[in-house]
Design a protein around this ligand. Structure first.
Ligand code: BGC
Length: 329
């Protein structure tokens, strides 16, 4: 070993030992990301929880985080918000594994795909770390509880709204976040079931946006080019409707094409006010985050919680918006 590497090795080991003693002294479990410096040292929390969403940098998930943070503050919980910056299944699974390895007190995450999430969730729960699924359930896993939208029902509501708004006559294209993730599969299935008996409704195309704005726009563009008969779109994840609206306006077809989207992000509300998006499915991301933290505390403290809590889901149109602002009535 060269002298330089011996020095580097010694300094590294010393640093590691000092960090460990600090962690033990302050009674901490290993803390991973994003904490402001002062919180790392000074405050002692009741529990250390992690929220792992499919995409950190997504406005919808920021609302879930906001709710979870508010509850964490009320109950003196240390909350970490960690996961892939942009949707990525491997990173998502890895973050869950790392959180379990760090022996956090509870993990809140989605149950995105049965074959990858069920074995991992089960492994974590068997280790004694409770798991709550949020927004998307892995109902056949050993997760202690689910809080979020009834995704099948929300898709069903969207289908019924489309039938009503188009008087039962439309050539529909669906852009979905994913062909393989539970929430998206269930929303599409609910929608299909709702329109199935309608002779005048035809599903012409079904494309995947991979939870990406760019892809959603690309797919909307492709559908308009390849299927000029399409006169209605359904976007099944938060950014799909926004990008469909963007593309439809580019083609100046907003008076010819009906759009129903998902969620109530500011851009969606803007397009509803402009008349480009005609309806959207409301979810309650803030309540999901807040409720997940409360439920997790109850589970850790041995209290009974309901295994499934469905947050509110409904359809809104322009007449349901307040006279001004980005909110929803
Ligand atoms: C879904 C989230 C998803 C997001 C993607 C929302 O509608 O509920 O699970 O990550 O869309 O933009």
């Amino acid at each position: 070993m060269s002298r330089l590497s011996i020095v580097a090795y010694t300094v590294g080991s010393l640093f590691f030992l000092v960090s460990c003693s600090f962690a033990i002294f302050y009674g901490y479990k290993v803390i991973t990301h994003h904490l402001p410096e002062e919180e790392r040292v000074v405050k002692k929390y009741n529990y250390h929880l992690v929220l792992v969403p499919e995409e950190l940098d997504n406005e919808y998930w920021k609302l879930v985080e906001e709710g979870a943070k508010a509850a964490a503050k009320n109950y003196d919980v240390l909350l970490e918000y960690a996961g892939p910056k942009q949707s990525n299944l491997d990173d998502h699974l890895k973050t869950i594994e790392m959180s379990a390895a760090a022996k956090v007190d509870g993990i809140m995450t989605q149950g995105l795909s049965d074959n990858q999430f069920i074995p991992l969730i089960n492994k974590v729960v068997e280790k004694g770390i409770p798991v709550i699924t949020v927004d998307t359930d892995a109902a056949n896993s050993r997760r202690q509880a689910y809080i979020g939208t009834d995704n099948y029902y929300s898709g069903f509501l969207a289908g019924k709204a489309l039938v009503k708004d188009t008087n039962g006559k439309a050539n529909v294209a669906i852009i979905t976040g994913s062909f393989t993730r539970n929430h998206q599969i269930q929303r599409v299935q609910g929608f299909k079931d709702a329109v199935q008996a309608e002779k005048g409704i035809h599903i012409i195309a079904l494309e995947e946006s991979e939870i990406s704005r760019v892809k959603a726009a690309e797919k909307a563009n492709q559908i308009i080019q390849e299927h000029p008969e399409v006169n209605a779109f359904f976007g099944t994840s938060a950014l799909d409707g926004i990008e469909i609206a963007h593309v439809v306006e580019k083609y100046k077809k907003q008076n010819l094409i009906y759009i129903i989207g998902f969620d109530t992000l500011p851009e969606t509300i803007k397009y509803i006010r402009r008349g480009t998006i005609k309806a959207t499915v409301v979810q309650e991301p803030y309540e999901m985050g807040y409720g997940a933290v409360e439920m997790m505390i109850n589970i850790i403290e041995g209290k009974k919680v309901p295994p499934i809590v469905h947050t509110n889901t409904r359809i809104i149109r322009v007449e349901d918006l307040p006279v001004s602002g980005m909110g929803v009535k």
